[in-house]
Design a protein around this ligand. Structure first.
Ligand code: WT7
Length: 663
């Protein structure tokens, strides 16, 4: 990405059918319409505009009087503070009452041909039962429930059951190891865990219950584990603690009234990685988050009532939360739960799924696109795909090749391609083109969403950079409804990481460019966070995992560019002098270190390369100079810049030799 000449990229027109009023975007037909709406949403009368949006979009059990209060600096942001609103009621009941037979969820199982549609009426009953089960285990408002489940429609019900009774869900991606799961359960002190016997993915079985059992050995607070019978294979059982989902559900009524909840009550916690080792429990509240989710689905995705929304993200990430569960359901449309992978049983799986269900929207990550592009056009060529109107990408910068491949081979130049930028912390999309109204540029996240004002800051002075053709750190200037409110039980950390680096602004952690037309291009993280296949990883977290291995003295982890995964994890490791190491079996030790990372974090954090070296480059004060390793891996070992602070200059050749020997 860094080599793109942004100013040379031509504007890409909106799809032909969206021009001249044949299909007018909700925002209006063109750039001027967007500019007008945006100006209103951030101008003097912004709060009036937001009040109208909030009343139009959501059902309020009690009206709000105040639109917003608080500031970044004071850490007291609140939206619609007198309002009462139930996210589950907004996502399920109001549609079930209108038409109980309308499809809410399309579940596409791992094996092709096995799919099931779940109606809003059925979803309401399942959610009600599960909410009653949770209540019967003493769960209520303000409690946390950890959800560790495979991609099933019941997992969606789990989110909504918590939301219905005011419990905060903490969904943990099923790819996390038992150790990571245990840390997350203990951090938010869940007393109840929702899980399943097993998951399926790409023809393989995932031992979810066994992984959960192992985690729970370290979680003394957990009193009950509700287990969905998914594959039906036998699993380990702890009498008294473990309960079958279907047996518990059979004991309780099929209706549960939604709780009366304040707009600023907690909706969920979602753990994400930051610059330091410990994951942060990002906390979102009900009203603002749901409004952001619902409004972006409407304006960014142009969703109409009969649409079928295909978000391929896992439920365990923010994209799954906002664009698989809350956003589509708050708009009353059908949403896809896809249990499989893009390549199972063949690389045509996405395309067959789109055709089978006539999906109107396809939302994925650039890494999947790069993989499918590499596997050849023959797989996509056979598909019809004419149902698709909007194709969107998220999670990492999309390279122009991947963008054009989507446009040519998937959208066939008829669909809009939308590059959306957001974060766990922003809750919903904050930068994105508005299809039909904004001309795009392949690889650019284009413009701020309604209500967002951004700036690019000089990283050292913190001054706003003015005009076109500048590069700096991306910050937001005003609060917006779906911004997270805190880090769970660590408000000071929330302020430290996001509010204090540049006082008066929200700091994203990303660098960005504004080109000559004012379009925004995301360059990637400026902190110690790396992005592998759209998964956010902390270098510090991987380093701590490696250091836990008995023989390891020090570890330095960096992200290196990777053609397929965007970035890949490279780790440099030194060993303790007393460690009994056989240098003729280096590969044996590397394997163990890889396993160590998989065990402590999860398979998705697997290092691509581990270099065992005798020393790491450090400053005289002992700070590891990751820049040197980064440059050597990028093949820029001859451009190391100022090395005068390096304590031991000989170490550079140690690093260079090792990297050369292993490439
Ligand atoms: C980080 C947030 C947002 C859903 C998935 C990731 C990167 C996200 C884009 C994009 C370039 C992007 C940023 C951001 N990112 N979307 N369209 N272009 N980079 O959520 O795990 O909270 O990660 O993902 O670096 O900070 P997350």
């Amino acid at each position: 990405m860094s080599n793109v000449d942004y100013d040379a990229v031509a504007l890409h027109p909106v799809p032909p059918r969206m021009i001249n009023g044949t299909e007018v975007p909700f925002i209006g037909p063109n750039l001027e319409a967007y500019q007008k709406a945006h100006a209103e949403s951030v101008g003097e009368n912004a709060d009036k505009w937001w009040a109208k949006m909030a009343r139009e979009t959501l059902h309020w059990d009690r009206p709000f009087q105040t639109v917003r209060t608080g500031s970044f600096e004071n850490g007291d942001i609140a939206w619609f503070p007198e309002g009462y609103v139930n996210a589950c009621y907004n996502c399920v009941d109001r549609w079930a009452f209108q038409d109980p037979n309308k499809t809410a969820i399309i579940y596409e199982a791992d094996e092709p041909g096995q799919h099931k549609n779940i109606s809003y009426g059925e979803l309401l009953r399942e959610v009600s039962r599960l909410a009653n089960v949770l209540k019967s285990h003493g769960i209520g408002k303000g409690d946390t429930v950890t959800v560790y489940m495979p991609m099933t429609w019941q997992a969606v019900a789990a989110f909504l059951a918590c939301a219905r009774i005011g419990a905060l869900h903490s969904v943990v991606f099923a790819g996390f190891s038992s150790e990571s799961l245990a840390d997350r359960i203990n951090d938010c002190k869940s007393r109840v865990v929702l899980t399943a016997d097993e998951g399926r993915r790409g023809g393989k079985i995932i031992n979810i219950k066994a992984l959960a059992d192992k985690a729970l050995e370290k979680c003394p607070n957990v009193e009950a584990v509700i287990v969905l019978q998914h594959t039906g294979n036998p699993v380990g059982w702890v009498e008294g603690r473990d309960k079958w989902w279907h047996e518990e559900s059979a004991k309780v009524p099929n209706y549960c009234p939604p709780a009366l909840l304040n707009s600023e009550d907690g909706l969920f916690i979602l753990y994400t990685s930051g610059s330091t080792g410990k994951p942060k429990g990002i906390m979102h509240t009900i009203g603002g988050y749901l409004l952001g989710a619902a409004m972006t689905i409407k304006y960014v995705f142009e969703v109409h009532p009969d649409d079928k929304f295909g978000c391929m993200a896992d439920l365990g990430w923010i994209t799954g939360h906002t664009y698989l569960v809350y956003g589509p359901l708050a708009n009353g449309v059908a949403t896809l739960v896809f249990e499989s992978t893009p390549v199972y049983p063949t690389p045509a799986r996405f395309w067959e799924t789109i055709d089978t269900h006539k999906l109107t929207h396809f939302y994925t990550a650039p890494t999947a696109v790069r993989l499918l592009r590499r596997l050849g056009e023959q797989h996509v060529a056979k598909a019809d795909l004419s149902s698709l109107r909007i194709i969107a990408s998220v999670g990492e910068p999309i390279n122009p090749e991947a963008w054009h491949w989507l446009n040519d081979h998937v959208g066939r130049k008829q669909a809009a391609i939308v590059d959306t930028f957001f974060q766990t912390e922003t809750g919903s999309i904050v930068l994105s083109p508005i299809p039909g109204a904004i001309e795009t540029k392949p690889g650019s996240a284009t413009v701020p969403f309604l209500g967002m004002t951004y700036a690019l800051l000089d990283p050292t002075t913190g001054k706003e950079l003015e005009g076109p053709g500048v590069e700096g750190v991306l910050v937001f200037k005003n609060t917006w409804p779906s911004i997270a409110r805190s880090v769970w039980k660590d408000h000071n950390r929330w302020l430290d990481v996001y509010m204090r680096p540049y006082p008066g602004y929200f700091f994203t952690g990303d660098g960005a460019v504004r080109d000559k037309d004012g379009y925004i291009w995301i360059k990637g993280r400026v902190d110690d966070v790396i992005n592998v296949s759209g998964h956010r990883l902390s270098t510090a977290e991987i380093e701590s995992a490696l250091i836990l291995y008995p023989g390891v003295a020090e570890a330095a982890v960096i992200g290196a560019n990777d053609e397929l995964t965007g970035q890949a994890v490279h780790a440099f490791v030194t060993l303790k002098a007393e460690f009994n190491y056989d240098p003729t079996n280096e590969s044996g030790l590397i394997k163990e270190l890889v396993l160590q990372v998989r065990k402590v974090i999860g398979p998705f954090a697997t290092p691509k390369k581990i270099y065992i070296v005798s020393d790491l480059p450090k400053t005289r004060s002992g700070k590891i100079m990751r820049r040197i390793m980064r440059k050597v891996i990028a093949g820029e070992g001859d451009q190391l810049g100022d090395l005068s602070t390096l304590a031991e200059p000989g170490v550079v050749s140690v690093i260079k030799d090792k990297v050369a020997a292993m490439s």
